[in-house]
Every structure is written in structure tokens, then in C-alpha cells.
Design a protein around this ligand. Sequence first.
Ligand SMILES: Nc1ncnc2c1ncn2[C@@H]1O[C@H](COP(=O)(O)OP(=O)(O)OP(=O)(O)O)[C@@H](O)[C@H]1O
Length: 273
Amino acid sequence: MTATDAFSAGQNTQDIPSRPAAAEMPALSIDGVSHSYGARHALIDIGFTVAPASFTALLGLNGAGKSTLFSLITRLFGIQRGHIGIFGHDVAHAPGEALRLLGVVFQPRTLDLDLSVTQNLLYHAALHGIARRDARVRSREVLARIGLDDRAGSKVRDLSGGQMRRLEIARALLHRPRLLLLDEATVGLDVKARADILNHVRQLVTEQGISVLWATHLFDEIGSNDDLVILHQGRVLAQGKVAQVIADAGGSDINTAFMRLTGSTAQGGSPSS
Ligand SMILES: Nc1ncnc2c1ncn2[C@@H]1O[C@H](COP(=O)(O)OP(=O)(O)OP(=O)(O)O)[C@@H](O)[C@H]1O
């Protein structure tokens, strides 16, 4: 039985550590997480939280450990060390509750190009056990939310790269998650498509109250009001509001702050990056 179950069942909770109220519960909490591939340490004792209804950028160069972290959060890999919680549900011990609240857009594309936009969504809904009629309602809802409602009948093959990405985001929203993870969601897109995707995702935060963890290596995708986590060579070097991270690092902007923290050259936001 989880702490939540015990609380709701009204049992003696003396031995159960007190939990923050639901409104204060982090959407995502990463606590003391380490992961190694054999002798290679990909993540080293990392910790941070994503606040509810926030946009948190996870900034790191190639090889920083972002994809490894996503694989742990989604349970693709078992957790070797540390704890990961989604709205208070431990991913290792209460995976059903935790993953129900989670939507994910992975780096590689996984759409069926020969099916229509709606068929892709209905197929995914069926995998989630969503009844056909409900799935149709939800498909229309998520396509409208992500600005693709006019392409519902199009073959995915005929969409642009940016539209395909938006469809993947729509698909990740079908089961109405409260936390959305996106791993380098704008890779390979042009400047306008990148901006469109970012705008849509930011709207999910401000209008729907969805919490977002946005993994990127592109500095220009980070907004001045975002929460920021800097991951470098498997370690969290800084976290907090962007302005605070810049001030703490003694930089004048995010590029100089990153360079000061890591000694690495900053990455621009060129479409080919
Ligand atoms: N399956 C694997 N086996 C061995 N080492 C791996 C494996 N996957 C990742 N690594 C190593 O772990 C480290 C972190 O890689 P990871 O892919 O998590 O970083 P990343 O920040 O997502 O980078 P990228 O944006 O390039 O995918 C790197 O040193 C990488 O070489």
C-alpha cells in the first residue's frame, strides 16, 4: 500500500512520512538518481523537481544524459539507484499510477506513415484501452489543441516534419496526462516549425496546466521565465529560474552562464543543430 492509499483509507499514518498537499506535489521529482552502462557513468546522483503547471527546460549537450533520464522516468530502464516520483507516485513501486499521469514524445519518430492522422491516434488509443467512441472524441480534442484539426484525414506521409511532431504531441496527450516529457522535440525542424511547436507546448502549460519537461541542447529554446536544469556529463550543475541560474553562475546570459558552469562552447539555435 502506498502512502496515498493509507491516507485515503484513513489508516494510522504515524509511520508514514508526511506528504505535501496535492497542489504542492512536484509533477516530477528526481532524487539521487544514478545510472551506469557497464563502466560508463551516464547519470551521477542527480536530483531536481518539476513544479506543477511549469515549463522546465532540461539543457544539456549531446551525451549529457537526457535520454538516459527519460528512459528511467518511463521505465524503459530499471532504476539502479535513487527515486523518481510523478505527482508523488514512485515510478518503481507504483508504476501504474505514475505512468498514467505521464505523456512522452521520444526523440525518434514513431508514427505509421501509411495511416491517416486520426488512424494513428485511434490505434494508440486502442493500445491504452480507450473505447472507440471516446477515442474519436479525444482525437478531435487533442488535434484541436495542437492546431492540427484540419489535417485529421491526411496521410501522415503527407505532413511536414513539424506537423508530424505536433501529431506525436497530440498522441502523447490522448490519455490526458498531467506531465509531458519531450526529448529534443524540434530536432531537424526549420525555425518556424520549431517556434510553432514551442508555442503549442507552452500553451499546454498556461492554458491546460500541464507540466512540461523539455529536453534540449538549444539555448534559444529557453525562455526567460522558464525553470531550468543544466545537465552536463551526467551531473546537474545548476537548477532554478533562468535569471537565478545566470546570476549564480556570474554570466550575462544563458550562453555565458553555461560556458562558465561547464567550460563548454555554447550551442546556437540553428535549424541544423
Ligand atoms: N546503450 C548505451 N550503452 C552504453 N552507453 C550509452 C548507452 N546509451 C547512452 N550511453 C552513454 O551514456 C551517456 C549519456 O547518453 P544519453 O544518450 O543519455 O545523452 P543525451 O543527453 O540524451 O545525448 P543525445 O542528445 O546525444 O542523445 C553518453 O556518454 C552515452 O555515450
